[in-house]
Design a protein around this ligand. Sequence first.
Ligand code: PAF
Length: 271
Amino acid sequence: MLIARTLPDLRAALTGDIGFVPTMGALHEGHLALIAAAKRAGGKVAASIFVNPKQFGPNEDFSRYPRTEASDLEKLAAAGCHVVWLPDVATMYPDDAATMITLEGPALRWEGAVRPGHFAGVATVVAKLFGQVRPTRAYFGEKDFQQVQVIRRMVADLLLPVEVIAIPTVRETDGLALSSRNRFLSAEDRAKAPALFAALQAAATSIRGGADITETLAKACHYLMNSGLVPDYFSLVDAGSLEPLQAFTHPARILAAAKLGPVRLLDNIAV
Ligand code: PAF
């Protein structure tokens, strides 16, 4: 596996058909499922590790975001990744940089409302990474469903020559979606965490069965609060635009975020 820390090294290593997995490191089985999907498609597999300061708000966890480069590199090598791109902040955001992507549509609500500027930071860094790596295909986890829709929209609007591929969420056996931040859950909170996916499954089943949407979503929020989680949102949305749905139309998704101790859990389910 080739480790590139400068753009000339990256360019020398990458030509032809490339499947790309952008990450912020602290890799888990969810990331490795993206690498596996990229490998199945053939061509070279590239991953990046860059903890992107522009997608963290001033009071968020940028400084304590887990950084585990040595073990990440071992995992990527074992997974058969060909090239890892490890840019530094000066390469991604030179002092004279003057361009950020602004977003509307699927970026406005949910995480976009709770974390102002987050998706502008994500879209800007992903566009830069696409420009550096020049992938044919890029792989993202459905756990961050809104992020996937924001990136799809950006790729379509900016006519970027890359196919965005979403890969299903990888879960613990009790349903908790894998996340690099799960390590910050105390044992007590970890025991409560599966309530989020349980609530999503129950709500999706009820809505599919014709239950009232407002009542179902309210019931799910009560269940979360009774389980010790504090919901930020739990909403039925159009799966493309992410606009809230009052009536069930296909394809729909329930998006959910809830606070649990120092962690915000994010998850979603198709309806
Ligand atoms: O999902 C992530 O890990 C990040 O948001 C991404 C896509 C690597 C951009 O920094």
